[in-house]
Write a protein that binds this ligand. Sequence first.
Ligand code: SAM
Length: 292
Amino acid sequence: MTDRGPSPADWPGDWNVERLHADHSQALRITAEFYDSATEHQRLRVFENPTFGRIMTLDGVVQVTEADNFIYHEMMTHVPIFAHGAVRRVLIVGGGDGGMAREVLKHRDIEQVTMVEIDGTVVDFCKSHLPGISAGAFDDPRLDLVIADGADFMRQNADVYDVIIVDSTDPVGPGEVLFTDTFYGHAKARLAPGGILVTQNGVPFLQGAELTNTMRAFTALFADATCYLATIPTYAGGPMAFGWGTDGAARGVDLATLTERFAAAGFETDYYTPAVHLGAFALPPYVARLIG
Ligand code: SAM
């Protein structure tokens, strides 16, 4: 026990202490450990926590939990897809746990989803130890899984997509290349007319510089560059930002149209609604200042 009160080292049982920032960590109690080993690219760990169920971390950072992944995956998929209104082809960069593909594939009109994930071990492991996250998405005939670096794929690939979702780790390690002007420029070139690019951009309160950097690049590339927010409990530090870039008019879609599209889609959600969609773009000043 330190004189500043208890610390994770004093707490009974095992704890996963994740450093969120130089001066800010979060600790999650481990009630069962399923895996902890290095893949070709990163350290993969899966453990159980009483509140969040099974949790996967990569290089010590929480990536996905059984309990709260619905918020992140619903908001990164249904917002651009319902805003666009006629999505047929989607590219997911990263997304190894399969949750992003799960939500995209709920849209029956979508014909083709390409998922480019650098680490095949993450996919294999999530299929067997976290099957509820992908919920069969990897067996969907519309899904084309490519094990490659998303930056290489974006540079070399000639296809175009209506929505591109960058569901990557943070800009450290293998994810770093996915936060560069070069990558964003290549992604823009892969968008069909009216296409939308959305990116995982961290928690602005702790990772504001990352969001500012992405928004600087998006502002130079797109007519409509902004971000939208959602709060995911295990991405601690406040609401998380999703970068949004498009030359189309998708953000202007109104509540009545979104409501019509959502009803026609015919599936249930636990976080996304047309009203939540529109509200997510209402940025508090501390976030608006970060995106300039
Ligand atoms: N929800 C998480 C978040 O917000 O940080 C992201 C989850 S998903 C598991 C992140 C995935 O990005 C991982 O499977 C990782 O292997 C993948 N990834 C990291 N760098 C990559 C790259 N350069 N190309 C493709 N996938 C990459």
